[in-house]
Design a protein around this ligand. Structure first.
Ligand code: ADP
Length: 563
C-alpha cells in the first residue's frame, strides 16, 4: 500500500473510532443535562407554583371577605343608622373587632359628598362625584379600586358599595389597611432576594415591593409579553445593583379573581441552582475528559493498528517478491540447464578437436610450417576459452540442479568468522574494514554449512566490489524466531558502505545473469544461486539499499528447515 493510502486509512479509522466513542458519550451527557434541568425545573416550578396559588387564594379570600363585610353592613343597616356618625362609628368598631383591616369608613350621598365619615382624615369637604371610583360604583354597584392618592394624598384603595333605600341612593365606602395587604403579598417563599407584590393591569405596584419599586410606581421588573397569563414560573433577567450582569430570576404571575390585579412573585433561585450548577460542571468535565480519553484511545488504537498493517504489508510484499523470484528461478533454472547441456556437447567436441590439432602439430616438424608457432598458440587459446565456457556451463548446471542440502548443527557466527577470514586479505588490500557485530544469545542452527558459506562468500565478495576501496562492511547476527517456530534461528545482516543499488535495478539483482559488472568480471549468477540455496535451506533473503549510502542483505535463517 502506498504511503498516502495509509494516511487516508489512518484518518478514516481515527475518525470512525472517535465518532463511535464520542457519539454515545455526548448523547449521555446531553441526556443527563436535560434530565437534570427538567427535574430541577419541575421541582422549583411546583414549589413556587404552590406558594403562588396559596398566596393568591389568601389575597382573594381577604378581598372577598372585605367586600362581603362592606356589602353586609350596607344592607343590614338602615340609611339613618349609617349617616349617623355615632352609630357608624359603632358599626366601624364592630367591623374592626376581627382584625384591623380597614382604615376608615364613609357614607357618601348621590352628590358625591360625605354624609358621614369615621376615620383619621378630614374628608368632610371633598366632592367625590367627579372621581373615577364614584363613577364606577354608580355603574356597577360594587367596586374595588386600584391604589390611588385621592384627597388624602397618600396611596390607598377602597371598596365601595352602592345601595338604593327608598328615596335614598348612597354609597358606603371603606379604605383597606395597606399593611394587611402588604403582609399578605409579601409573605414569600425562601431565597435571599425573594419578592412578591401586587400590580394592576398597567404594571403599577399596588403593594410595597422589596426590590421592584414603591406603591403606585411602575414596577421595575420587565415582564415578557403575555406574562399576565403565565401561571407557571418563568425565567426573567433582573439587573442587580451589586452586579453588572443581569441575573436570572424565576418569576410567577398569578391573576386575582376579585380585581384585575396580579400577584407577581420573583424568586432568586441561585441558591437552589448551585448544586445543579455543580452537577452540570461535573457532567461537562466528565464529557470533556471522556472525549479526551476517547481521542487518545482512538489515536493509540489507530497507530498500533496501522503499524501492524504496515508491518504485515511489508512482510507480504517480501513474501510476494520471494515467491515471484522463486517461480522465475524455477523457469530460468530449467532453461539454464537445457542451454548448458546443449552447449556442453559442442564445447567438448571443440575441446577434443583443439587437443587433436595440438597432438597432430606436435608430430610435425616446426620448420616445415611457416606459421607453426601461431597455430600452436591458437589451439591453446581455443582450449582456454573452451575451459572458461565450460566453467560457466558448469555453474549454470549447478544453478539448475537441486542438490538436497545436508543437515548439520552449525554455529552461524563461527561460519561467518571462517568466511571473513577467506576474504580478510583482499579487504586489507583495499582498506575495507569488516566489522563483526554478533548479538548475544545466538544459538546454533541445523543447516547445510557449505552451501550457507557459499552464500556468505558471495554476498561479502559483492560488498567488497561495491565498496571498492576505503569503507566498511558490517556483519551483524542476532537471534530470530519466525512466528509459530519452536526454537530460534538467526538473522544475518551484511551491510556495506558501497555505492548502493538504484531502485530499478534492485528488483532484478536476484535474476540470473543480471550483472552491472564488466564482461569477464561477473556472470550475474551469484545472487540468483544464493537465492536458490537459501530457499532450499528454508531461509529467505531480502535487500535494502540506498544509492550513495550502502546496501544491506538480510538473511533470515530458521533453526531448522521445515520438512
Ligand atoms: P555478479 O556479482 O556476477 O554481477 P551477482 O548476482 O552476485 O552477480 O550480482 C548481481 C548484481 O547485483 C551485481 O552486478 C551488482 O550490480 C549488484 N550487487 C550485488 N551486491 C551488491 C552490493 N553489495 N552493492 C551494490 N550492488 C550489488
Amino acid at each position: 500500500m502506498q504511503k498516502q493510502n495509509y494516511t487516508a486509512l489512518r484518518r478514516r479509522l481515527f475518525g470512525t473510532l472517535l465518532l463511535l466513542a464520542l457519539v454515545p458519550l455526548l448523547a449521555l451527557g446531553m441526556f443527563c443535562a436535560d434530565r437534570l434541568n427538567s427535574a430541577h425545573g419541575d421541582k422549583v416550578s411546583s414549589i413556587l407554583g404552590a406558594v403562588g396559588r396559596n398566596k393568591v387564594r389568601s389575597i382573594d379570600t381577604f378581598l372577598i371577605e372585605r367586600v362581603a363585610q362592606i356589602k353586609n353592613l350596607t344592607y343590614t343597616h338602615s340609611y339613618e343608622d349609617l349617616i349617623d356618625v355615632q352609630s357608624l362609628s359603632q358599626i366601624f368598631s364592630t367591623m374592626q373587632a376581627n382584625g384591623k383591616h380597614f382604615v376608615d369608613i364613609g357614607v357618601i350621598g348621590r352628590n358625591g359628598k360625605h354624609l358621614a365619615y369615621v376615620g383619621p382624615y378630614d374628608l368632610a369637604a371633598p366632592d367625590y362625584s367627579e372621581t373615577e371610583w364614584f363613577y364606577e360604583v354608580m355603574r356597577k354597584g360594587v367596586y374595588v379600586s386600584d391604589m390611588f392618592m385621592g384627597f388624602r394624598n397618600e396611596p390607598h384603595f377602597i371598596i365601595a358599595v352602592m345601595r338604593h333605600e327608598g328615596a335614598h341612593t348612597y354609597i358606603v365606602r371603606a379604605t383597606i389597611d395597606l399593611a394587611a395587604l402588604n403582609s399578605l403579598a409579601q409573605r414569600t417563599y425562601e431565597g435571599e432576594r425573594s419578592d412578591a407584590f401586587l400590580v394592576n393591569k398597567d404594571g403599577i405596584l399596588q403593594t410595597q415591593s422589596l426590590f421592584n419599586g414603591n406603591v403606585m410606581s411602575k414596577m421595575r421588573l420587565h415582564l415578557p409579553k403575555g406574562a399576565e397569563d403565565f401561571k407557571k414560573p418563568f425565567s426573567v433577567p433582573m439587573q442587580d445593583a451589586a452586579q453588572e450582569e443581569p441575573v436570572e430570576y424565576l418569576a410567577l404571575v398569578y391573576p386575582l379573581s376579585v380585581t384585575s390585579w396580579r400577584l407577581v412573585m420573583v424568586e432568586d433561585v441561585r441558591g437552589t441552582l448551585a448544586p445543579l450548577q455543580q452537577l452540570r460542571i461535573f457532567i461537562m468535565l466528565f464529557v470533556v475528559l471522556g472525549a479526551l480519553l476517547a481521542a487518545v484511545g482512538a489515536l493509540l488504537a489507530t497507530r498500533s493498528l496501522i503499524n501492524y498493517l504496515m508491518e504485515q504489508d511489508k512482510k507480504q510484499a517480501q513474501l510476494d517478491a520471494q515467491l515471484t523470484q522463486s517461480s522465475k528461478m524455477a523457469a530460468l533454472g530449467k532453461m539454464a540447464t537445457g542451454v548448458a547441456h546443449e552447449i556442453n556437447n559442442p564445447l567438448m567436441l571443440i575441446r577434443e578437436s583443439a587437443g587433436w590439432m595440438r597432438d597432430l602439430l606436435a608430430e610435425e616438424k616446426p620448420e616445415n610450417y611457416k606459421n607453426y608457432q601461431e597455430l600452436c598458440e591458437t589451439a591453446e587459446k581455443i582450449e582456454q576459452h573452451v575451459e572458461r565456457a565450460s566453467g560457466i556451463t558448469h555453474r549454470m548446471l549447478g544453478f539448475g540442479r537441486t542438490v538436497a542440502p545436508s543437515q548439520g548443527e552449525l554455529f552461524v557466527p563461527m561460519l561467518l568468522d571462517q568466511t571473513i577470514s577467506f576474504l580478510a586479505g583482499e579487504a586489507r588490500l583495499r582498506n575495507i574494514d569488516i566489522v563483526r557485530d554478533y548479538a548475544e544469545g545466538v544459538g546454533s542452527v541445523i543447516t547445510d554449512g557449505s552451501q550457507l558459506q557459499q552464500v556468505f562468500l558471495n554476498i561479502i565478495d559483492n560488498a567488497l566490489d561495491a565498496v571498492g576501496k576505503n569503507g566498511t562492511i558490517t556483519v551483524h547476527v542476532e537471534q530470530w524466531k519466525p512466528e509459530g517456530a519452536g526454537e530460534a534461528g538467526c538473522c544475518v545482516r551484511i551491510s556495506d558502505t558501497g555505492s548502493g543499488i538504484p531502485q530499478d535495478k534492485l528488483k532484478r539483482i536476484f535474476d540470473p545473469f543480471f550483472t552491472t559488472k564488466k564482461p569477464g568480471e561477473g556472470t550475474g549468477l551469484g545472487l540468483s544461486i544464493c537465492f536458490t540455496i537459501l530457499e532450499s535451506l528454508g531461509a529467505s533473503i531480502h535487500v535494502e539499499s540506498e544509492v550513495g549510502v550502502g546496501t544491506s542483505f538480510i538473511i533470515s535463517l530458521p533453526h531448522e528447515r521445515n520438512k
